[in-house]
Design a binder for this molecule. Structure first.
Ligand code: NAG
Ligand code: NAG
Ligand code: NAG
Length: 466
């Protein structure tokens, strides 16, 4: 088994764990706190079936084109120790289901053609339905499945996404925030996002809507399942079942690993934290000890005027060993602000995506050199000092314009940096400052100097507190 398969397997395992395959430690405790309506995107399910779990398998789709279908309605307890298989002597009664079959095939489709549809419904019933029966709207098989059909109509994920301009595409990556916001716009509560990695590409798999036991919609927490979704990467909401290797637009399929410049990006942890708290209600942030300090986002080999390359060497995947000697420094200067994500996940993402492309340059030839260079550049291009020298301090109400920031950095480096903003509720916040280098590692002008996320005519908040 090659390393990619091992990786995939790991992802699948995490997925399963999240979905509820841990037997409750206390078998007699079938209590729960919330209900999760889990709906999935049939195309992602089909990719998984056809290319991973049942190679060559065929799929069944509902008739409506953008229709998301039920995975299940799951009683969950907030400590993840959820009840399952609550009544072993209550298997699915097929006769009873006959009248619902046509509707279930549309709303609760078993995408896996080689598997009988009852197999799926029986699984969901015995595992989750038998635990939900303590609530009146679920106290019989018919009611459990009828409520499923009704909720699938009432919470049409495909339509919700479409209303926000999110339509399936094999190449466009959406941010978790785009997806969360689209559903929240309709339900007023945070949904949960679940991703599925297939051959190194992450696809949108499920969207969850959470309910209290009175069946009021409530926030799902976390809104983004960080075991399955790499929050540092775009999420593909696929339009076709095509194998990603066949998709011409997939950046990994291109062999062109050339680049012209290096972009050294530093971020303002307070803005990054704001983003995290929007994405993940109740989410916590990690800050460097020195609280006015900017932190590294990454060092990115780039082509002039465009992105990429990315993921240049899949057989050189990140290992914690790479940062062993640098870890304490990296925690301070290349901080993973997102507390609920795995400690190494930020560095892993940056190495796999960008570091592997920089190795053609001697100063970045090994992981150790790559991470060491970031620590060195963070010290050399210490943004806090550059901004303070121009009298720019974090403040929630001071008016700062992109030009002020550009001039402050240019006064030190002699070259134009690039300013990057992030919008929340109509206000633009300073998110990143990027410094550009040629391949001999001389600082050069960045172009453009203001990333498209900033409106140069309006002031930018350099926030003091999240
Ligand atoms: C198991 O659940 C029962 C009933 O809720 C409770 O009385 C008992 O203390 C629990 N046992 C453990 C080990 O948690
Ligand atoms: C389990 O299912 C059987 C068969 O439907 C039913 O008679 C019994 O009351 C159920 N037990 C519980 C604890 O709900
Ligand atoms: C990819 O990584 C492997 C493992 O470190 C290395 O041996 C190989 O030379 C690298 N390939 C390229 C093209 O850099």
């Amino acid at each position: 088994m090659d390393s990619k398969n091992v990786f995939l397997l790991l992802c699948l395992c995490f997925h399963q764990v999240y979905l509820s395959d841990i037997k409750a430690t206390n078998e007699t405790d079938n209590s729960f706190d919330i209900l999760v309506l889990s709906q999935h995107w049939p195309i992602t399910q089909c990719k998984l079936w056809t290319y991973v779990t049942h190679p060559g398998g065929k799929c069944v789709f509902p008739e409506k084109k953008n229709q998301w279908t039920l995975h299940g309605i799951w009683p969950m307890s907030l400590d993840y120790d959820k009840p399952m298989f609550c009544n072993d002597s209550w298997p699915l009664d097929r006769e009873l289901m006959k009248s619902l079959e046509p509707d279930l095939d549309q709303a609760w489709t078993n995408v896996y053609k080689e598997e009988e549809h009852y197999y799926f419904w029986n699984h969901e019933w015995t595992k989750h339905g038998t635990c939900a029966i303590v609530l009146e709207p679920f106290d019989s098989q018919l009611k459990y499945f009828k409520t499923g059909i009704e909720w699938n109509r009432k919470y049409p994920i495909g339509d919700m996404l479409e209303a926000a301009g999110i339509i399936p595409s094999d190449s466009k990556g959406f941010t978790p925030r785009d997806l969360v916001a689209a559903v929240k716009a309709k339900t007023d509560k945070y949904p949960g996002v679940v991703c599925q990695k297939i051959n190194g590409v992450q696809f949108l798999d499920e969207l969850h809507i959470c309910f209290d036991k009175q069946l009021n919609v409530i926030d799902c927490s976390p809104a983004v399942n960080t075991y399955t979704c790499d929050v540092f990467e775009g999420i593909i909401y696929p339009a076709t079942v095509l194998h990603d290797a066949q998709s011409a637009t997939n950046e990994k399929a291109t062999q062109d690993n050339d680049f012209d410049i290096l972009v050294f990006s530093q971020e303002w942890p307070v803005t990054v934290c704001k983003f995290w708290q929007q994405l993940s209600p109740g989410g916590q942030c990690v800050f460097p000890d020195k609280e006015d300090q900017w932190t590294v986002h990454g060092i990115w080999p780039s082509k002039l005027g465009q992105k990429g390359p990315g993921f240049c060497n899949e057989s050189w995947a990140f290992e914690p060993e790479f940062v062993k000697l640098l870890e304490q420094d990296l925690d301070q200067v290349w901080t993973n602000v997102y507390k609920e994500t795995e400690h190494y996940s930020f560095w892993e993402h940056e190495w796999d995506r960008h570091g592997t492309c920089a190795t053609t340059l001697q100063p970045f030839a090994t992981p150790h050199k790559f991470f060491s260079k970031a620590i060195e550049w963070h010290r050399t291009y210490f943004l806090t000092d550059m901004l303070e020298a121009a009298n720019i301090y974090p403040s929630d109400d001071e008016e700062i314009y992109a030009d002020n920031i550009i001039n402050a950095v240019k006064a030190d480096t002699g070259k134009d940096p690039m300013v990057v903003c992030k919008y929340f509720d109509g206000v633009q916040f300073l998110e990143e400052i990027r410094i550009c280098f040629d391949k001999e590692l001389n600082v050069i002008d960045c172009s453009p100097t203001v990333y498209k996320t900033c409106d140069v005519s309006r002031w930018i908040v350099f926030p003091a507190s999240p």
